[in-house]
Design a binder for this molecule. Sequence first.
Ligand code: ZN
Length: 427
Amino acid sequence: MSSAQIQAQLVTAVDANWKAQVEWLGSLVAFPSLRGAEGPCQDWIAREFAARGWSVDRYTLTEVSMAHLPGFSPVMDTDYSKAVQVVASLRAPRQERRSLILQGHVDVVPAGPAEMWSSPPFSPTIRGGQMTGRGANDMKSGVCAMVFALDALRTAGYLPASDVYVETVTEEESTGNGALSTLARGYRADACLIPEPTGAKILRGTVGVMWFRLRIRGRPVHVSQSETGTNAILSAFGLIEALRGHTRELNERVKRDPWFSRIPDPIKFNPGKIAGGDWASSTPAWCEVDCRIAVLPGMSLAAFREELTGVVMAAARQDPFLAESPPEIVWNGFQADDYVLEPGSEFEAAVRAAHLRVNGEDPGEVILPAVTDCRFYGRYHGIPSLSYGATGTGSHGFDEAVDLDSIKRLTLTIATFIADWCGVRAA
Ligand SMILES: [Zn+2]
């Protein structure tokens, strides 16, 4: 079979499976696979994989020792006995070409107030060629495409001629420990494709990201005498302002970086969650703020933590109460390095060639001020890894939606890529 003939068969196969594929995506998006609640979604996926004849490894993060590995992020308030991971193995009798990991995350971020959505976030709806629902774009689109790319090969009468691992992980939106666990468990390949929704662009690089919690104390008094106490919520404002100011300085420093200087202000700081106080008529005795900041590229995580600590403590010294009762900083969640896939890899060339074949033009490339799981494979294990995926809108926002046609092209592109990278054999 020539590659042109195989390509024609794949086009027909993706078409033939398309209706079932859209239904499958709808089923996947309907799972409210929020952090700690991914189990039912992952169990459904494990059954789907087993039904395809793939050998399935289902485990939880409590079963894997990985705290000693590079890239591990510490966690609090999260029960890892509920963090289900799934790896399907499609082993070839001989390695005719190169092996591959296809990886996607199924954890989704909270939907926010449901009344702000035009349709309920976990009841996927299709309008104008778009599916709306939390996770439809980020990244159940990609999970669906990678599974149906293999289905298309099978429908066309083929299996990959080298080993393929299909991994659905959790914790991508908070730590990356799901991805790390697959490596801790020993899964390796010659490349790893993570179809995050990049708008059919090659993802060249991602910043590092850090989460931390600020724990601030106050001296509670009756509000009628508020001048005699302190207010932990107002004290938190001071620390947040100091971090915002520092972020502006970091965005000046990043202008010296060869990659991340290409995007404006890649260092984003977000106080993302706040809690504090016990009573409207008492000045608050405590406040906790969960923050996310991008790491200055090229800086070690330890040095960056030290720098942030210095900024917070300098601001605390300006506050008479905090100067005596300094805030605590708890590193809880992402401690993620940046990652750049240097141009010139055979892997990238193969993904580009598949895109060209399906779309008739070269793909663009993008650098993102956010993380993906690619760093675990590419940065720590020498497995070239990139993201390339569907087109959509509203990730982490209201009315998240994905363009279904982009998923169809993505499915064909991944199938085309597998046929080239892994080779094919008769099913
Ligand atoms: Zn994602």
